[in-house]
Design a protein around this ligand. Structure first.
Ligand SMILES: NC(=O)c1ccc[n+]([C@@H]2O[C@H](COP(=O)([O-])OP(=O)(O)OC[C@H]3O[C@@H](n4cnc5c(N)ncnc54)[C@H](OP(=O)(O)O)[C@@H]3O)[C@@H](O)[C@H]2O)c1
Length: 237
């Protein structure tokens, strides 16, 4: 049986992906701070889920991941879906700091631990959910955009490292547009996907072991357009 861990399985995309993995025969280690939500998953398929409830910004993530991996009996796939970000037009530092603690610091610890685990094992698949927001800066939630740019860039570095190993180690960067979860904040949303549809597409990208995947698919057009907007125009938007 394949073994997977989902960081951030209590709601949204991570929660849906947990259900899809179990439907596909995985044993899944599920994490998040809200233990009641993890218990709901566990109760639906008691033999397929193992719970580890912790806050990625305050606990020793590496130790927690090692313990959970032992509990599920190995690791083939890790999906990092935990993320945060708030609208912060007034640049309240605590808001920015909170975002960076999870999306940058905890992210780095988790992907590094996972990459090193797979390198030692000589195979494995790391998947992280970044965002279309990481393509350009953003005045509405500056730390969110910047932290997602960090994730995109970091994952690219890990993909280079994976290639150098010449082993079947894969690193996938999922870049969603808008998905109908608690994270989707602010006005002017469009092409909003249900979490079910987004997660189905993400699972397809995982199966194909793609390096980068836009969700839903047509968001690659927005990514391309965002890159094409000249700086002189973008700064007025
Ligand atoms: N929804 C969108 O429109 C959208 C678009 C682009 C990218 N994304 C990205 O997709 C990923 C998943 O988000 P989502 O849309 O599924 O939103 P969500 O439903 O709010 O899920 C966020 C997950 O992160 C976990 N989390 C938050 N803070 C945490 C912490 N300190 N420690 C551990 N876990 C923590 C939450 O669990 P607990 O609260 O239980 O800890 C939850 O499971 C995020 O990285 C987000 O940036 C979302």
């Amino acid at each position: 049986m394949n073994k997977a861990i989902i960081i951030g399985a209590t709601s949204g995309i991570g929660n849906e992906l947990a259900k899809i993995l179990v439907q596909n025969g995985y044993i899944v280690g599920i994490t998040g701070r809200r233990k009641t939500e993890l218990l709901k998953l566990k109760n639906s398929h008691p033999n397929n889920y193992v719970i580890s409830s912790f806050d990625c910004t305050s606990e020793n993530n590496s130790k927690k991941l090692s313990e959970l991996t032992d509990q599920i009996g190995g690791l083939d796939l890790l999906i990092l879906s935990s993320g945060t970000g708030d609208l912060n037009e007034d640049l309240d530092f605590e808001t920015e700091h909170k975002t960076n603690l999870l999306n940058v610091n905890a992210f780095t610890e988790i992907v590094d631990w996972t990459f090193n685990y797979f390198k030692k094992q000589e195979n494995g698949h790391l998947v992280a959910i970044s965002s279309i927001a990481g393509i350009r800066g953003g005045r509405i939630a500056p730390a969110y955009n910047a932290s997602k740019a960090y994730q995109i860039n970091y994952l690219e570095g890990l993909r280079q490292k994976a290639t150098k190993t010449k082993k079947p180690i894969y690193v996938t960067d999922i870049r969603p547009g808008f998905v109908d979860t608690d994270m989707a904040k602010g006005e002017g949303q469009f092409w909003v996907a249900t979490k079910e549809k987004a997660s189905r597409q993400i699972f397809g990208i995982i199966k194909r072991k793609k390096g980068v995947g836009y969700v839903t698919k047509r968001w690659w057009i927005i990514a391309k357009l965002l890159r094409l907007i000249p700086n002189g125009i973008y700064k007025k938007m």
